[in-house]
Ligand binder design. Structure first.
Ligand SMILES: [Zn+2]
Length: 92
């Protein structure tokens, strides 16, 4: 999660209490914004309406500049899925 400043492949077991708090707060805040906006802009809701929450890290933003530092958003495979991240703002 970009707001928490941690790489998506970072192991949870090694996080400090402060880092856990940052992730928790970022997840809660982002979910609230997504709910208000009707979901992510990469998905449609149950009724086929496009979500209005503009994702910062997704298939729509890969290769584009990070909103915080301007570095290129990257894509990687992880645990059978895909993760998007900023290699400058989110370090392992
Ligand atoms: Zn960045």
């Amino acid at each position: 999660m970009l707001e928490a400043g941690l790489h998506p492949k970072r192991k949870i077991g090694g996080l400090t209490e402060g880092q856990k708090r940052r992730i928790y707060d970022a997840v809660c805040g982002t979910l609230e914004k997504m709910t208000i906006a009707g979901g992510r802009d990469t998905e449609k809701d149950f009724f086929g309406r496009q979500g209005g929450y503009q994702t910062m890290l997704s298939k729509k933003t890969v290769g584009k500049p990070c909103p915080y530092c301007g570095n290129e958003i990257q894509k990687a495979s992880y645990l059978g899925g895909t993760v998007y991240f900023c290699p400058v703002c989110q370090q392992i």
